[in-house]
Design a protein around this ligand. Structure first.
Ligand code: ADP
Ligand code: MG
Length: 232
C-alpha cells in the first residue's frame, strides 16, 4: 500500500510538472513550425533545403504528438461510472480495434465466462484495454495470436487476461514497464502502461505481467467484485 501511495504522489507531481512544461514547449514549437513554413516558400527552388525544412516540419509534428500524449496522461481522470459488463466492454473495444488487429495479421481469441457486472468507468477502461491490445499487436510484428479471456476468480474477482505470442519482455525490463516514459520503441512514448496501471488502480484492481522472451507476454488484471482488494 505504501508503495502505491508513493507511486500515486509521484504521478500527481509528474502530471503537474508535465502540463506546465508541455504548455511552455508548445509555444516555441509553434514558432519553429511557422518559420519553417515561411522558409519553405522562400526556398522552393532549392530542393535540398526544402527537403530539410520538411524534416523540421515532421519532427516538430512528432514533438507535438508526444506533448499531446503527455498532456492526456497528466489530465486528472474525472469520469462517469456505471454498472457494466466487462464482456460487453471488451467486445466494444474489439470492434473499435478490429481493423488494426487484422491488418497486422493478429488473430484474436475471445474467451468469456459469465461474470457479474461491476461499477466501472467505461471510457477509462476502454482506453486501458486498447493500450494493452496495441502493445500486444506491436509485440507481434510478424503476426500471431492474442487471447483475451474473462473469468470469475474465487468468486471475488473478475480476472481479465491478455495473452500474446509476441517477442516477450526482458527480465530486467519487467519492473520498469509501468514507469512513465519507459519504452523500448523508437516511436514509443512509454505512457501507455503507466496509464493502464493508474486506471486499474482507480478501479481498486491489480495488474500482473508474466513474460518469456521469444514466447510471449500475459497481462492479468483482477477487479474486485465486492470492493475488496485482491491479494495477488
Ligand atoms: P510504448 O508502447 O509507447 O513503448 P508502453 O507503456 O505501452 O509504452 O509500454 C512500455 C514498454 O513495455 C514497451 O516499450 C515494451 O518494451 C513493453 N511492452 C508492453 N507491452 C508489451 C507486450 N505485450 N509484449 C512485449 N513488450 C511489451
Ligand atoms: Mg504502448
Amino acid at each position: 500500500l505504501q508503495q502505491h501511495i508513493q507511486r500515486n504522489d509521484k504521478l500527481v507531481a509528474l502530471g503537474e510538472l508535465s502540463t506546465g512544461i508541455a504548455h511552455e514547449i508548445r509555444n516555441p514549437l509553434a514558432i519553429i513550425k511557422a518559420v519553417a513554413q515561411t522558409m519553405k516558400g522562400e526556398l522552393k527552388n532549392y530542393p535540398e533545403a526544402f527537403r530539410e525544412l520538411e524534416i523540421i516540419d515532421e519532427e516538430v509534428e512528432r514533438a507535438n504528438k508526444i506533448i499531446k500524449s503527455l498532456m492526456d496522461f497528466a489530465k486528472p481522470n474525472r469520469n462517469e461510472t456505471e454498472l457494466y459488463s466487462f464482456n460487453t466492454l471488451l467486445q466494444e473495444v474489439l470492434t473499435i480495434a478490429g481493423k488494426y488487429i487484422s491488418q497486422n495479421n493478429v488473430l484474436v481469441r475471445f474467451s468469456t465466462e459469465e461474470i457479474p457486472e461491476i461499477v466501472v468507468s467505461k471510457e477509462l477502461l476502454k482506453q486501458a484495454f486498447v493500450n494493452l491490445i496495441f502493445n500486444a499487436v506491436e509485440a507481434m510484428p510478424k503476426g500471431g495470436e492474442l487471447t483475451i479471456s474473462t473469468r470469475l476468480w474465487e468468486n471475488k474477482w473478475i480476472k481479465i487476461a491478455f495473452q500474446d505470442t509476441g517477442i516477450g519482455i526482458e527480465e530486467d525490463h519487467l519492473k520498469k514497464i509501468f514507469n512513465p516514459f519507459f519504452t523500448t520503441k523508437d516511436e514509443g512514448t512509454g505512457l501507455g502502461l503507466a496509464m493502464v496501471h493508474r486506471i486499474v488502480e482507480e478501479h481498486n484492481g491489480v495488474i500482473n505481467v508474466m513474460s518469456k522472451l521469444g514466447e510471449g507476454t500475459t497481462f492479468e488484471i483482477f477487479f474486485p467484485i465486492h470492493g475488496e482488494v485482491p491479494s495477488v
